[in-house]
Design a protein around this ligand. Structure first.
Ligand SMILES: *Cc1c(COP(=O)(O)O)cnc(C)c1O
Length: 383
């Protein structure tokens, strides 16, 4: 019998199915055991202690690796735990190049934690390959890129950055939280490591905090596993199970979220109180063509600017269906004010230079009916 090759979508649904050979369970068993009995001295079932390896986590980690096209996946207790473990790969004196349009927490851990350990970072406009190349120093070891950027959804050229990294022997790390492997597979475009805040689209229900690292090269995967086991920020077996369950509907959720985000972006564009809309699916977005060439969709995140701060505040207060809350990627629509929430730790002059002003709003489009999302925006923006 020829083994059928499945699409990413089908593999997501089948994650863990029948992996418990004894029972044939469709839903993966949760193994909360902290430790495992050894058959004899020098013998092991393959499991010794849960920080080092757990059967439920194994299925999730193997699934993540397969979806991103990597050799190894690792599951962490949050996106920041995954990023922290990644940064521990570097040593005192090392330098990183990081996209400036990025998650505020990544900036905070680099500037307020890792800077004290001698790891430095330069923040660049990762859409501009010349600017990125100019930031490379002898001590540079890696690039950490978010594309689309956060919160302005700028698109970086992943193939171009991968070529630059190869030329200078740098690791290319891509935070793929906004698109997930369903829409964008950075390892296939030349990246070495993918990072996820699995709290967002992968988990998708605003009910779980989790993170992931996926490495392309087995030796690099082994090194990251060593760091995961040594420092211990693992995802619990219960949460691994919940994340496996969530992944099964990732494709369906994203399909709806992408379609609705496109409709909402087009609607916002014609609203008199909206002065700018940032969504890569709009043909007027400067990264639109590039995004089409490196991803299979535009995602469910968009940002927009209203006339002034008072209008932004009034809108947030009036929202009924959409929740004014941090985070993104869940089935429930959420709106944030990046200047005060997600990007509050970036110093104000820097924030304003990046365009993160007090009248900028970010919307994570959920799976509610798009007409209901638009009605809520219409009434909240009304006079
Ligand atoms: C939320 C987020 C993180 C941090 O992940 P947590 O799960 O909140 O720790 C990192 N990167 C991006 C792009 C994010 O949106």
């Amino acid at each position: 019998m020829v083994k059928q090759t499945l699409t990413t979508e089908s593999r997501l649904v089948q994650l863990g199915v029948g992996r418990d050979e004894r029972t044939g369970a469709i839903s993966v068993p949760i193994h909360p055991s902290a430790t495992f009995r050894h058959p004899g001295v020098g013998e092991s079932t393959g499991y010794d202690y849960t920080r080092s390896g757990n059967p439920t986590r194994d299925i999730l980690e193997a699934g993540l690796a397969e979806l991103e096209g990597g050799s190894r996946g690792l599951a962490f207790s949050s996106g920041m735990a995954a990023l922290t473990t990644l940064f521990l790969h570097f040593a005192k004196g090392d330098h990183l190049i990081v996209s400036e349009d990025l998650y505020g927490g990544t900036y905070r851990v680099l500037e307020q934690v890792f800077a004290d350990f001698g790891l430095s970072a330069s923040y660049v406009d990762s859409r501009d390959l010349e600017q990125v190349a100019a930031a490379i120093r002898p001590a540079t070891r890696a690039m950490l890129i978010e594309t689309p950027g956060n919160p302005l959804l700028g698109i970086a050229d992943l193939r171009g950055l991968a070529a630059l990294c190869r030329q200078h022997e740098l690791l290319l790390v891509v935070d793929n939280t906004f698109l997930t492997p369903v829409l964008q597979r950075p390892l296939e475009l030349g990246a070495d490591i993918v990072v996820h805040s699995a709290t967002k689209y992968l988990a998708g229900h605003n009910d779980l905090c989790a993170g992931a690292l996926i490495a392309k090269d087995p030796a690099l995967g082994e090194r990251l596993y060593f760091l995961q086991n040594s420092t211990g920020a693992i995802l619990s077996p219960q949460d691994c199970w919940l994340l496996i369950r969530s992944l099964k509907t990732l494709n369906l959720r994203l399909e709806r979220q992408c379609a609705s985000a496109q409709t909402v972006a087009e609607w916002l564009q014609q609203h008199p109180k909206v002065t700018a809309v940032y969504y890569p699916g709009l043909p007027t977005h400067p990264g639109h063509v590039l995004q089409r060439s490196q991803a299979d969709g535009f995602g469910g995140m968009l940002s927009f600017r209203v006339t002034d701060q008072a209008t932004a505040h009034r809108l947030l207060k009036r929202l009924q269906l959409i929740s004014f809350a941090e985070s993104l990627g869940g089935v429930e629509s959420l709106m944030t004010l990046p200047a005060e929430q997600t990007h509050g730790d970036i110093p104000e002059p820097e924030r304003l230079r990046l365009g993160i002003c007090a009248a900028l709003l970010r919307l994570s489009v959920g799976i509610e009916t798009v007409e209901d999302i638009i009605s809520d925006l219409a009434q909240a923006l009304g006079d």
